[in-house]
Design a protein around this ligand. Sequence first.
Ligand code: GLU
Length: 550
Amino acid sequence: MDYKDLANAIFPNTKEIEYYKEKYPKRDLPEGAIVTRFAPSPTGFVHIGGLYQATIARKLAEQTKGVFFLRIEDTDQKREVENGIVGIIEALKDFNVIPDEGMTDEEHEIGEYGPYKQSLRKEIYHSFAKDLIEKGMAYPCFCKQEQLDEMREKQEAAKIRTGYYGVWAKCRHIPVNEAIERIKAGEEYILRLKSPGNPEKKIKHKDLIKGNIDIPENDQDIVIIKSDGLPTYHFAHAVDDYLMGTTHVIRGDEWISSVPLHLQLFQVLGVKAPKYAHIAPIMKEEDGAKRKLSKRKDPEAAVSYYAEVGIPHEAVSEYLLNIANSNFEQWRKQNPEADISEFEVQINKMSVSGALFDMVKLQDISKRVISRYTAEQVYEETMKWASKYDLELKEMLEKDTKFSLKVLGIERGNVKPRRDIAKWSDVKDNIIYMYDEKYFGKKQNYEFQKINDKEEIKEIIQKYIDKYYNENDDKETWFEKIKDLANEYGYAREVKEYKQSPDNYKGHVGDISTLIRICLTSRSNTPDMYEIMKVLGKESVIKRLNEAIK
Ligand code: GLU
């Protein structure tokens, strides 16, 4: 009895690996094309770090005329949730990370290198596992959980490396005859790799991001096929990336310590290993220390969070490119109008350690992105968001669409558009004062500034209403009149004049316009006041000013 008999006893009916090698031929792609993938478990949850990796992978494939595919790694069926696959596909779609191949919903897929869901590839893994058994590179292990626990305790007590390796790898030495008998007798088993590694030796790994790393060889006889017949991640990824023609594995750096094992798996499979690029995670600062963004503690770790608060997808994507390559910012400055698809990601420019997640920066980017939207786009996107998360806002906006478009159009579409909206959930607070039905009947809290004497305020505003305000004035005339008003009450017409001789004035025209602004909106900070007055219309303007001096 030899290894072949053992292999046949375990897998009597599998196809030869040659069959698969022929079925999935080498891809016909231009030189230098990157074939890469996003390979999540279908837990339904997409971490921002996962989206980050997928974004980079998508771009690299695109830039090199390669292929980016989505592979669902569902070999740990305990972790699966209903509709977990669709959740991932939708999330990617939202951020315009569209795979060329892979699952398109829970059941369907596109591409010639599938199935792209690991649980449907069982037979393939079995063929490759069988091949390893035949070569004496894998073996059945009959150890029970209690035995493994016991072994671990002994190792811990003796303060040595834990795991199934060397002298601890008991089942490695079971004679083939005995193994076959035990299998025939129905004893439960799993399959392990017979690791050829020697931990005294180091492998040299050249990571595309982390650079050259020396790590001890793997000598653990890791599980390749579990008792449910499904492979472990390690084994499955090697078989899949080989058959699917992956040239670059782009993944989180929590996997870097598995590199020796993974390279070894490719070696025993007798195939070329892909290149690896291990991306540093997105970090968060807490109590002065850096830690990974956590699914449990940080709402912003979930990509769904951005839709919930209403940050446009483009802004998130742009932010991710921003942390990916430090030259992005300069590129953006040079190409303010360009779509992010034009930016070329360079893998060797990615940072070795994790960038801190910077919400302020993200919101800045988002403000810029939104500032370029037309009023119609802002209206539409805000309505989409509000229909889900803020019905009051939805109602307010749609009651008079034309008016809402005017409100949202204030300081928009010009060279220096307003930049005060970072997310759709900001819109309400940003514009609510423009709506008479929300404004009147509520006690306004006027926080007067330089001019805060009640009598003076009354006089100035009354004068403005009676003498200066005319809804038909053009902007220049309108402002001239505010200067005249300032002058009439002892305020300088120009800030400059005031600065030259502050003793001659009570203040300057800015104090007067701030006063009008506050009386008009009960805010000291708003977009362009001339435009606001135009949009509000005469009736509302007068009513507001009167209300303020009441
Ligand atoms: N399923 C693995 C994960 O979700 C994939 C890692 C890889 O890309 O190889 O972390």
